[in-house]
Design a protein around this ligand. Structure first.
Ligand code: R5P
Length: 296
């Protein structure tokens, strides 16, 4: 069934590229902010299957409210089923209760989306640390789908590096590090990362032999950049050659995240366009569209 594509305000270009790949019509609702900060939305009349595209950065809370209101409205006006394509799914890092009373925000968010009428969520390289995709799916009746940008990131990195050692900053990044190493016909390792507080981490370097070797660091999210900076410094100290950092979601919060990565010694920064930034060299639109063709 050919769906229609409806764009959230966060990434109209992604919605258009997905619509083109699907041969579907794209609609662009009117989204305004009232002077008091309220969101005001007007959607065109759409029926049948809808693919709604909204990434969750910047301003994840704003994007979430817009998504809920739009989906609720689309359902009310005739949409049968809605798959939300959320290239960067925020709140996945808040997946457990570290202290009494702490919100498991991913659960609350998925419940809200379910209530609004979302039937499925398709995202890219979901941050699955303590929860598996199955666990996360079990939180609500929403069906979760995931695609990965790792093949495209590794291919892009391979243009600049020679048979790089692939390094993941923590055990959860192993699935990407392993795949990238396979594609680059190299080997990989993952470091030991401990989070001391929401803003403080320590990375335990391994006895990796990277002397004179190119290195590709691969991770899902770069936010403050702190994790990758620490990895870069430890690789530099061991005499690594060129160091590229490839990541799916360039959140790059704080003014200094990208500059800090270069200062630490990165020679190349590569990200996808789940969040548009100056390092978005991999377009995930075709990867998402291919998955949609499978599931629709
Ligand atoms: C955490 O486990 C993730 O995979 C990333 O490593 C993390 O979110 C990066 O955050 P930051 O850039 O703030 O260190």
């Amino acid at each position: 069934m050919t769906p229609v594509v409806v764009a959230g305000s966060s990434h109209p270009g992604m919605a258009l590229s997905i619509a083109q790949a699907l041969g579907a019509k794209a609609y662009f609702p009117k989204v305004e902010r009232f002077p008091d900060g309220e969101t005001h939305i007007v959607v065109p009349p759409v029926k049948g299957m809808v693919v709604y595209v909204q990434t969750m950065h910047p301003y994840p809370n704003e994007m979430l409210v817009e998504m809920e209101f739009t989906v609720d409205l689309l359902k009310e006006l005739g949409a049968e089923k809605i798959i939300a394509v959320v290239p960067y799914l925020a709140y996945t890092r808040q997946d457990t209760r570290h202290e009494e009373g702490e919100a498991i925000a991913i659960k609350a968010m998925l419940r809200q989306l379910e209530c609004a009428g979302v039937g499925g969520v398709l995202s890219v390289d979901i941050h699955l640390h303590r929860l598996s995709l199955k666990d996360m799916s079990g939180l609500t009746s929403i069906k979760l789908y995931e695609v990965s940008a790792v093949d495209a990131l590794a291919k892009e990195a391979g243009r600049y590096l020679k048979k790089p050692v692939v390094v993941g900053p923590d055990s959860e990044s192993e699935r990407w590090a392993k795949r990238a190493a396979e594609l680059l016909d190299s080997h990989y390792d993952v470091l030991e990362k401990n989070r001391l507080s929401p803003t403080e981490i320590e990375i335990k370097p391994k006895t990796l032999d990277v002397k004179g070797r190119d290195v590709l660091i691969i991770d899902d999210i770069v936010s403050t950049g702190d994790t990758i900076m620490k990895v870069i410094r430890s690789l530099r100290a061991k005499g690594a050659g060129r160091i590229a950092a490839a990541f799916t979601h360039g959140v790059l919060s704080g003014e200094d995240a990208a500059a800090g990565l270069y200062r630490a010694g990165a020679t190349h920064l590569i990200s996808t366009n789940t969040i548009n930034n100056e390092f978005s060299r991999v377009d995930v639109g075709p990867i998402i569209a291919a998955k949609l063709k499978e599931i629709l």
